[in-house]
Design a protein. Structure first.
Length: 183
């Protein structure tokens, strides 16, 4: 049986729902339930955080805005996208994150070679799209706003996402995450 957290998927056909309505359905972990090594590199309060680091509540909101679930593949795209929206992340920093996420993260968070390709797809899209520094967007002030409005405000295009997700399906055609990508 597929764990509950892997079944959760907000999709993109939810423009009329509020961010809060969708966030309430998320079976996520609290910040202290996230492994300390992940927090060390992905939490903006850490002195070793990578560019694009985002706190957990905002990270969860990015999942919703991008229509992504909670599998490692989904995480790879979301993290890549978030880092990419910094627009100036160095290739060294990207390669260092990839090395750490592949070799040092605990098993549940560890990126495979396939996940790294999806991370790079998210990174590329984050760099090229209209969204800038999504990790600084104050989602907490927009919880009662409709997702369609939020996507418009931050600059997320569902058409562009669908194009990225088609490319992702070519990279990983047989995964749970790929089979439920909103196309």
């Amino acid at each position: 049986m597929v764990p509950t957290y892997l079944q959760w998927n907000p999709g993109l056909e939810n423009d009329e729902l509020t961010l809060q309505e969708v966030i309430k359905t998320l079976p996520g972990n609290g910040p202290m339930e996230i492994h300390k090594l992940v927090r060390l590199f992905e939490n903006p309060d850490s002195p070793l955080a990578f560019k694009g680091a985002i706190n957990l509540p905002r990270h969860d909101c990015v999942h919703v805005v991008l229509g992504r679930g909670l599998s490692t593949q989904d995480e790879a795209f979301v993290i890549g996208f978030t880092m990419g929206t910094s627009k100036n992340i160095s290739r060294f920093e990207v390669k260092l994150f990839e090395f750490i996420s592949k070799h040092f993260y605990p098993a549940i968070y560890k990126f495979t070679n396939e996940n790294l390709k999806i991370f790079e797809l998210g990174l590329k899209y984050g760099k090229e799209c209209a969204v800038s520094q999504i990790y600084d967007f104050p989602f907490e002030l927009y919880m009662e706003r409709k997702l369609g409005e939020i996507r418009e405000i931050v600059g997320v295009s569902k058409d562009e996402l669908r194009t990225m997700y088609k490319k992702e399906q070519e990279i990983a055609p047989n995964t749970i995450a790929s089979k439920r990508l909103p196309l």
